[in-house]
Design a protein around this ligand. Structure first.
Ligand code: MG
Length: 360
C-alpha cells in the first residue's frame, strides 16, 4: 500500500493566501514606482507597511482578485465532481483536470465582468460576482483582459482553454496558488501530488497565457505550494517542481530563471542587488524567480516579503507569489498583526483558503 502524506495543514492554507494578499497589498502602492522613487517616498528602507493605493490602505490588486476566482472555480469543480460521484453511488473522487480548467475559466469570465465600466452596478449574482468590493479595476493585466474577452465572445463548447497568444506575462502565475492547495487536500503521494499540481497550475495559467514562459511558472508555483502545504521543505519542494518542469516542452527559460534564483539565494540573505539580476517580474519566469529567491533566501519571512516588493518592477505580483510560498511554508505565526489588520477582503480570503483545505 502506498503511504499517503498527512492531511493538509489548515494553518498553511490560510497563510498561503493571506500572506499572498499581503504581499500584493504591500506592492500595490509601489507597483509603478522605480526603486529610487520608492526610497524617496517611503524612506531609506522602502515601503514597510500598508500604504494607500486605489483609494484605500491595504488594497489588494488583480493578483488577489484572480486568485480568489481561481479558488472559486476549483471549489465549484469539487462540488460538481461530488454530485456526479454520488449519482453513481461511488465515493467522492478528485475532479478531473479538464473539469477544473473549464470551471476556473468560467470563474475568470466572472472576474472579467467585475472589470467592466460602471462596475458597481454589476455587483449581483452568486459567489464572488456578488461581492461589491471585487467590482473594481486594480491595474488588471492586458493579457488577462484580452484573452478572456476573446474567450467570452465564443460559445461555450467552442472555447479554447489554451490561449493562442504568445504572452509570457506574469498574469498566469500570480493567480494559481489555490491550484496547489486544492491538489494537496487529495490523498495523493508526494510524487503524484507534484505532477498533478504542476499540470493543473500550468493549465490554469494557460487559459490566458500561451507562451511556456507564461504558463509553466504557474506549474512550478502550484507544485511548490502543494508540497509546502504538506510540510515538504522549500528546497525539496523546488527540486520536485523542477523534475516536473523539465518534462514540458519550452521549459528552458523557466528552468534558467529558477536556477538563477537558487544560485543567488545560496550567496546570503535576500537582498535588492540580487533581485535586479533576476529581472523586473513583468514576465512569468522572472516574477516566479524573484519571489522564489526571496522565499529561499529569507533571513526572516517578514524581511523577505519586503525585499519582494521594494524594487522597480512588478512589486505586487512578486510580493503576492513570495507571500504564497512563505505562507505555505511557515503558516500564520510570523505574519505581523499590523499586516493582517485592515487587509482588504481579509475574511473572504481566509474563507477561500479554509474551503480549499476540505475534501469531504
Ligand atoms: Mg496586480
Amino acid at each position: 500500500m502506498i503511504p499517503l502524506s498527512p492531511a493538509p495543514d489548515l494553518d498553511r492554507y490560510r497563510a498561503c493566501l493571506l500572506a499572498g494578499a499581503i504581499g500584493d497589498a504591500l506592492g500595490a502602492p509601489v507597483e509603478f514606482l522605480t526603486r529610487r522613487e520608492i526610497l524617496r517616498d517611503f524612506g531609506p528602507d522602502g515601503i514597510r507597511d500598508h500604504a494607500s493605493a486605489y483609494g484605500r490602505v491595504a488594497a489588494i490588486t488583480d493578483d488577489t482578485q484572480m486568485t480568489l476566482f481561481t479558488a472559486e472555480g476549483l471549489l465549484r469543480a469539487r462540488v460538481h465532481a461530488r454530485s456526479v460521484a454520488s449519482g453513481h453511488g461511488s465515493p467522492t473522487a478528485a475532479p478531473d483536470r479538464a473539469g477544473c480548467v473549464l470551471l476556473v475559466a468560467n470563474a475568470y469570465l466572472h472576474w472579467l465582468l467585475t472589470q467592466r465600466e460602471e462596475p458597481q452596478t454589476q455587483a449581483r449574482g452568486d459567489g464572488l460576482l456578488g461581492v461589491a468590493a471585487l467590482h473594481s479595476r486594480r491595474a488588471p493585466g492586458h493579457t488577462c483582459l484580452s484573452a478572456l474577452e476573446r474567450l467570452d465572445q465564443l460559445p461555450e463548447p467552442a472555447r479554447p482553454l489554451q490561449a493562442a497568444n504568445g504572452s509570457k506575462g506574469c498574469g498566469g502565475v500570480m493567480r494559481v496558488a489555490p491550484a496547489g492547495l486544492f491538489c494537496a487536500a487529495w490523498p495523493l503521494t508526494d510524487t503524484e501530488l507534484s505532477r498533478e499540481a504542476f499540470a493543473l497550475g500550468a493549465d490554469l495559467a494557460r487559459i490566458t497565457h500561451g507562451h511556456p514562459g507564461g504558463y509553466l511558472p504557474g506549474g512550478v508555483l502550484s507544485a511548490m505550494v502543494a508540497l509546502l502545504a504538506r510540510e515538504v521543505p522549500m528546497r525539496d519542494a523546488l527540486a520536485r517542481a523542477r523534475e516536473a518542469l523539465v518534462t514540458f516542452n519550452g521549459h528552458e527559460d523557466t528552468l534558467q530563471a529558477i536556477t538563477a534564483a537558487e544560485r543567488l539565494a545560496a550567496q546570503g540573505p535576500a537582498h535588492h542587488d540580487a533581485m535586479v539580476q533576476l529581472g523586473g517580474g513583468w514576465i512569468g519566469e522572472e516574477a516566479l524567480a524573484m519571489a522564489l529567491y526571496c522565499a529561499l533566501a529569507a533571513e526572516s519571512p517578514e524581511s523577505a516579503l519586503l525585499v519582494a516588493v521594494n524594487h522597480s518592477g512588478d512589486s505586487d505580483s512578486t510580493g503576492a507569489i513570495a507571500g504564497n510560498l512563505l505562507g505555505a511554508e511557515r503558516g500564520m505565526d510570523w505574519i505581523p498583526q499590523r499586516w493582517l489588520e485592515g487587509l482588504e477582503l481579509h475574511s473572504l480570503i481566509d474563507a477561500a483558503a479554509t474551503a480549499l483545505a476540505r475534501v469531504d
